[in-house]
Design a binder for this molecule. Structure first.
Ligand SMILES: [Zn+2]
Length: 286
């Protein structure tokens, strides 16, 4: 739910760098080179589906255990995954620069939880176990923090439109520019800090599929709990500031203008935990 700039490297560039890195395996190198047009065509299909929010419609490669089906021409599932593991990821391979650029594009903030966690590696938006033809496609490689762990989660990939997570590179701007995560501040007894309850409230004009998608994203990445914890950490400081200003004779309306409103405006993006937190404190001060 945090937008990342689309990868600057195309699938074809990634493929060329991978091929350049295949050393000591002439047979694989030749197979990949022959299949280049088909692999590129498949990646174009991915881009179109991602832009339309229809990645769920791409058929997975489902093989019985121990089987290694052909996926693109003579290239098998295990060969395609091997290209990623042995010729894309290792630091000494030319394709590694693409890996690094994709990871750095997140600027230490995981796009799935809105920056609560720091990505340490790339995960596959469509899992490579079921979509090996996209295992080294830049568009399918997303930085994710350990808690979001796309590779673990996406083993159960979406097969319906409403089950798709928000894709940080290509999904509709409504998910990034319109507010759908809100918070409520539950006041406790005097001198006891309250707590924040986060919930999904998509704009009424959205279609049902988009509404269900953000609900699923919020639930599956456990954002309600993770946001509440982050807000609780900051709450003590803010309550102190409010009480200091109140004791100095400042009215709630002014406190809201000088302390709370700037907090809303300084939140990094509209569905960030700070946005909902400060909005709900503003409601309490009114
Ligand atoms: Zn995360």
């Amino acid at each position: 739910m945090m937008r990342l700039t689309e990868p600057q490297y195309s699938f074809e560039q990634s493929l060329i760098e991978c091929i350049a890195g295949i050393t000591g395996n002439a047979a694989l190198r030749e197979k990949v080179t022959i299949s280049r047009p088909n692999l590129i065509e498949g990646a174009a299909h991915y881009l179109a589906a991602a832009a339309a929010g229809k990645l769920y419609a791409i058929a997975p490669i489902n093989a019985a255990q121990g089987q290694d089906p052909r996926v693109v021409n003579d290239l098998t599932k295990s060969e395609l995954i091997k290209i990623y593991d042995q010729y894309f990821v290792p630091p000494e391979k030319p394709a590694r620069k693409i890996y690094n650029e994709l990871l750095n594009s997140a600027k230490e903030k995981c796009p799935f939880c809105g920056g609560i966690g720091t990505p340490r590696n790339l995960d596959h938006f469509l899992p490579k176990a079921h979509f090996p033809q996209f295992s080294f496609a830049p568009q399918n490689l997303v930085p994710a923090c350990r808690d979001c762990n796309m590779d673990g989660k996406m083993e159960a990939y979406a097969t319906t439109p409403e089950a798709q997570f928000i894709h940080p590179y290509s999904d509709s701007s409504i998910f990034f520019q319109e507010q759908w995560i809100f918070a409520k501040y539950h006041v406790q007894a005097h001198d006891v800090p309250g707590h924040f309850e986060y919930a999904v409230l998509p704009p009424g004009g959205w279609n049902e599929i988009d509404k269900r998608r953000v609900k699923k994203h919020f639930l599956d990445f456990d954002l309600g709990k993770r946001y509440s914890i982050k807000a609780a950490e900051l709450l003590g400081t803010i309550l102190q500031q409010i009480s200091r200003l109140q004791n100095s004779g400042m009215g709630n309306e002014t406190i809201s203008a000088v302390l709370i409103q700037p907090g809303i405006e300084k939140a990094p993006f509209i569905n960030h935990w700070q946005t909902g937190m400060f909005q709900s404190l503003k409601d309490v001060l009114q």
